[in-house]
Design a protein around this ligand. Structure first.
Ligand SMILES: Cc1cc2nc3c(=O)[nH]c(=O)nc-3n(C[C@H](O)[C@H](O)[C@H](O)COP(=O)(O)OP(=O)(O)OC[C@H]3O[C@@H](n4cnc5c(N)ncnc54)[C@H](O)[C@@H]3O)c2cc1C
Length: 503
């Protein structure tokens, strides 16, 4: 017997993940998903962060199946190329297998900075990447691959949505094909039903708006207040394109390549790199962007369409008996592939607390504030990436003056320059961003700041050596990493294995 009827509007990554999670988490729920083949899905959004691995595991969806069905590959971090304008790159890795002692970690980083060594050199993922290795080893007993350390996935978004749909339908989620034309409220202003083109009426107790950029419920129906991030993140156009490859020399990373007026993502999946130039259209148009891409990649660029977007999010995503998940809740440029992650965090915190059962303005306000702050910290972190030394175009020359940092980010940068990483201790804990300050660990800020040459080593000259890590601990850690790297299978072999390609 079903107690509660949930309706999900939209069948992109956000919609199918929402439907599957709701069905699994809410007792006696019946989930219906409405989507339109005529409208289709966005199809972009092919990079993730490690949180997706936990969600797939929660949903009992094997990673190997996801990789096969979605032409996916593994992601150990992001390689940022040419963000200082000197053709060098830096790396933002995911996690470490040995993080049990935070003083130990900090000591290592202090030591690296003091000795002018890039902090990324400590990361296992970075070393795997340099050796073109995956983070998987073959278990000799079970003959199965097991993962080591933090990682995430790349995938073909259309294939992933199709795969999630197959699983969802097998698990009893009902899919209805059709275009939502009307949304009707009841006398308390909750959504009562939606009407499809042709007149079909779908009733529900709770509605998830996963309608992508159409933003049917939160935006068009309830007209929620939009918070724009355009003042700090002006990029407003994405020009997606593919570059084919022969399934060899696949890097286990997303590449984020700084260009003259923005940046390009380059994501390896089977047979192709999914790429896109995200740029500021106040400087260049689509033709200029294509020209720059062709010069850079030395291949003809075909792009069927571009996406226009405004960086920002809705202030309230939970309104009455509806919640926006996915692009319908907002969008910040995909530089750190945060969208699916943040939306799933919002979804889980909603469901964990049974908020669909609650009609209380104070709780609603608190929840919406926390979700908004999550977006806010993402905005700060993404903004940080633009404070490197690149200055070869009017876009880069103007950027830092035209889009100056918030007080929070300004202080973070300023403190790093003056007192090193000690800003991590307690100074910021009472700031307004405290709610979300744990979203990106210190290591993430550190990797980007170090990559952008923002961290001053002077403060560490005064640290006594015993505060730094003893040599034998260093040694033990590096031996551990070296042995692990040796055991890991090469990324090419791993891709061939998951894609079932013969040698
Ligand atoms: C250029 C770009 C790059 C991105 N890169 C990343 C990334 O690397 N990592 C990441 O995490 N996120 C990324 N994102 C965000 C990512 O696309 C989303 O997080 C998510 O994967 C897909 O969005 P969605 O499911 O919300 O919307 P969509 O995929 O657009 O799905 C919307 C659904 O709503 C349905 N729909 C809309 N209107 C109606 C209607 N009237 N009636 C019925 N159905 C309707 C559509 O048919 C579709 O099924 C990127 C976004 C863009 C624009």
């Amino acid at each position: 017997m079903y107690n509660k009827k949930f309706v999900v509007v939209g069948g992109g990554t956000a919609g199918w993940l929402t439907a599957l999670v709701v069905q699994k988490m809410v007792k006696n729920s019946f989930v219906t998903l409405v989507e339109s083949d005529d409208i289709g899905i966005l199809g972009a959004g092919e990079g993730t962060v490690p949180y997706l691995i936990s969600i797939l595991s929660y949903l009992n969806i094997p990673i190997m199946d996801v990789l096969y069905e979605s032409d996916g590959s593994i992601k150990l971090g992001i390689e940022f190329s040419n963000w200082n304008g000197d053709n060098t790159s830096y790396f933002h890795p995911f996690g470490n297998p040995k993080t049990q002692n935070s003083n130990f970690e900090k000591g290592i980083y202090f030591n690296f900075i003091k000795n002018d060594i890039p902090v990324q050199n400590y990361s296992l993922q970075y070393k795997l990447f340099l050796n073109n290795k995956s983070n998987f080893i073959l278990d000799s007993n079970t003959k199965e691959f097991i993962s080591k350390g933090g990682y995430a996935l790349h995938f073909n978004a259309r294939k992933l949505a199709k795969f999630l749909r197959e699983i969802a339908e097998k698990r009893g989620i009902k899919r209805i094909e059709g275009i939502v034309e009307k949304i009707n409220n009841n006398e308390t202003d909750n959504v009562d039903n939606i009407i499809l083109k042709g007149g079909t009426k779908i009733e529900g107790d709770f509605f998830f708006d996963c309608s992508g950029f159409n933003r049917l419920i939160t935006g068009k129906h309830y007209n929620s207040e939009w918070i724009s991030y355009k003042d700090v993140l002006p990029l407003d156009t994405a020009l997606p394109f593919f570059i084919s490859h022969n399934n060899k020399n696949i890097k286990p990373v997303t590449e984020a390549i700084a260009m003259k007026y923005g940046w390009v993502w380059k994501i390896p999946v089977k047979d192709r790199y999914g790429c896109g130039y995200v740029f500021d259209s106040s400087y260049i148009d689509n033709d200029d962007a294509k020209k720059e891409l062709e010069e850079y990649f030395q291949v003809p660029i075909e792009s069927p369409k571009t996406f226009k977007f405004n960086a920002g999010c809705y202030k309230n995503i939970w309104i009455k008996n509806t919640l926006a998940i996915g692009l319908s809740s907002g969008f910040i440029e995909p530089l750190e592939a945060t969208s699916i992650w943040i939306n799933c965090l919002n979804l889980f915190s909603f469901l964990h607390n049974n908020l669909h059962e609650i009609d209380d303005d104070e709780i609603r306000e608190k929840y919406n504030h926390v979700c908004f702050k999550r977006n806010d910290i993402v905005k700060e972190f993404i903004h940080l990436h633009y404070f490197g030394e690149r200055s070869d175009s009017v876009f880069w020359i103007n950027f830092q003056n035209k889009h100056s940092p918030s007080n929070y980010l300004r202080q973070k940068i300023h403190f790093s320059k003056k007192i090193g990483l000690t800003w991590d201790n307690d100074i910021f804990e009472n700031s307004d961003l405290h709610i979300a300050s744990k979203l990106f660990p210190t290591e993430s800020w550190l990797m980007v700041m170090d990559g952008l040459k923002m961290i001053d080593k002077k403060p560490y000259d005064f640290l006594q050596n015993e505060f730094l890590v003893k040599n034998e601990i260093f040694h033990e850690e590096f031996v551990f990493q070296r042995e692990l790297i040796e055991k890991c299978i090469s990324n090419d072999d791993f891709c061939r294995f998951v894609w079932k390609i013969d040698q």
